[in-house]
Ligand binder design. Structure first.
Ligand code: NAD
Length: 476
């Protein structure tokens, strides 16, 4: 673990194994921390806050830029580690490293733009000044599916704002987190400013993060159930909270869309990271006029996907994170099959040959999907594309909005009016319009309803780490 600028063992001395989800092999071990370790980390972050928050924005930006440069210099090694630890194909891992690094550059640039306001008063002999200051110690809890970019998306703005941090990475991917902390230390982040606690059991760490009075903000990315529970605990301590949670994205193909283009987009997006993305489409609504061409192209594309160890050339779909994830996907597919779904491609676990020790499920297309199927409501987090054919264009937005989630939605149409009307009516935080990658460090990312609170990235991403202070100044 990384506490007060030192690499340390857990106080209890325990460790846990990290394994490769494609092969089941042990690839490393990390300290198995507990509540006392989390407390030490918070103590270090609290002690470092006075110094870091008064460092100039120029100095903080320089450190972030150095870290961005180091991530780029080490991109191949980081991508290699990510594929070994998390499973996504090397090319996708390389892409994530670039995306993750970009949050450091973007927030380095934003750091120098944290300004205040000079405000009018109704009294001629009074002036008002308002400034934005860092909130204090931030506790961060991150997921395994994007084990680098989900960290830098929190670290970038926290460091830029002048906050200090304690972070607990997902137990499946602590090695990627360790590599990023090594980079931050090398870039010159002072001791105590960034601290990392690893643990196999997240509960005691989460309890300390949400109850310690020295922690002023909780930032969490992960499942809706855990996010809600942690937000509840943080509320009791009146911590600021931002939570990026699950999703159930609709992907709407209007009758005037190019169905082949839409199917290419759907195939690229749905199977990215084996479907383990919070913005992954979970309901593909295709108008009956476009259905044959769309399903035909999608079937061809899904059949052509090569599944396997992400280290191997040509592999486009890697393993799922663990056996429980494969179980969940298989259960959803069996439920859909039993309720009448067609399965033109996939629909089975992959356990042959080299894949026998990994967690693989075949890229799957489901047709004739209906609202009574679990897959229609529950986040899949796996390589399954459920297609629903619809007839009424006036009703499709209502269908798309019929979910407790509200993170991402996608619209394919060639009509500007349709695109804008859909964009405005969809109750989702992010909408891709003929576009499968509506994310960037420069734009706000986040959801509505059960998909979370707050935004990461963009100008808004920095606001989450700042609070406003006002001075009334008498000229009498
Ligand atoms: P998860 O909620 O199980 O775990 C996320 C993190 O929370 C991990 O670090 C884990 O150790 C920790 N955690 C789990 N239980 C905890 C507890 N009781 N107390 C404290 N910490 C606890 O989620 P996951 O399975 O790792 O990630 C997948 C989920 O994350 C999906 O639902 C996905 O949609 C979501 N996600 C959302 C975004 C987004 O930006 N909205 C991005 C990536 C992933």
């Amino acid at each position: 673990m990384f506490i007060n600028g030192e690499w340390v063992d857990a106080q209890g001395g325990a460790t846990f194994d990290v394994t490769n989800p494609a092969t089941g092999e042990k690839i490393g071990e990390m300290p198995d921390g507990a509540a006392a370790d989390a407390e030490l980390a918070i103590q270090a972050a609290d002690a470092a806050f006075a110094g870091w928050s008064t460092t100039t924005a120029y100095a903080r930006a320089d450190i972030l830029m150095r870290a961005w440069q180091l991530m780029n210099d080490q991109a191949d090694e980081l991508a290699h580690l990510m594929t070994m630890e998390q499973g996504k194909p090397l090319k996708a891992a390389r892409f994530e490293v670039g995306y993750g690094a970009d949050f450091l550059r973007w927030f380095a640039e934003e750091a120098r733009r944290i300004t205040g306001q000079w405000l009018p008063s109704s009294r001629p002999d009074q002036r008002f000044l308002s400034v934005r200051q860092p909130v204090g110690v931030v506790a961060a809890i991150t997921p395994w599916n994007y084990p680098i970019s989900m960290l830098t998306r929190k670290m970038g703005p926290a460091l830029a704002a002048g906050c200090t941090m304690v972070l607990k990475p997902a137990e499946a991917t602590p090695l990627c987190a360790k590599a990023i902390f090594e980079i931050l230390a090398e870039a010159g982040v002072p001791a105590g400013v960034m601290n990392m606690v690893t643990a196999q059991d997240p509960v005691p760490i989460g309890d300390i993060f949400t109850s310690d009075r020295r922690v002023k903000k909780l930032t969490f990315t992960g499942s809706t159930a855990v996010g809600k529970m942690l937000a509840g605990k943080a509320a009791a301590s009146l911590q600021r909270v931002s939570v990026e949670l699950g999703g159930h994205a609709p992907f709407i193909v209007y009758p005037d869309a190019d169905p082949e283009q839409a199917a290419k987009g759907a195939a690229a997006l749905k199977f990215l990271n084996s479907g383990q993305a919070c913005i992954s489409p979970n309901r593909l609504y295709v108008h009956r006029d476009a259905a044959d061409a769309f399903i035909g192209t999608l079937t061809k594309r899904v059949s052509a996907l090569q599944t396997g160890n992400g280290m191997h050339d040509g592999v486009g779909v890697g393993p799922l994170v663990n056996a429980a994830a494969v179980e969940k996907v298989a259960a959803q597919v069996e439920d859909a099959r039993s309720k009448g779904a067609g399965i033109p491609v996939g629909g089975y676990r992959m356990t042959e040959g080299d894949l026998c020790d990994g967690h693989f499920y075949a890229p799957t297309l489901l047709t004739d999907v209906t609202p009574d199927m679990t897959v229609y409501r529950e986040e899949t987090f796996g390589p399954v594309a459920p297609v629903v054919v619809y007839d009424d264009v006036d009703q499709v937005i209502e269908l798309a909005n019929d979910t407790h989630y509200g993170l991402a939605a996608y619209v394919y149409t060639q009509n500007l009016k349709t695109a804008i009307s859909a964009f405005e009516a969809l109750r989702f935080g992010i909408v891709g319009i003929n576009d499968v990658n509506p994310t960037s460090a420069a734009v706000p990312f986040g959801g509505m309803n059960d998909s979370g609170l707050g935004r990461e990235g963009g100008h808004e991403g920095l606001d989450e780490y700042l609070e406003t202070k006002t001075a009334g100044i008498s000229l009498r």
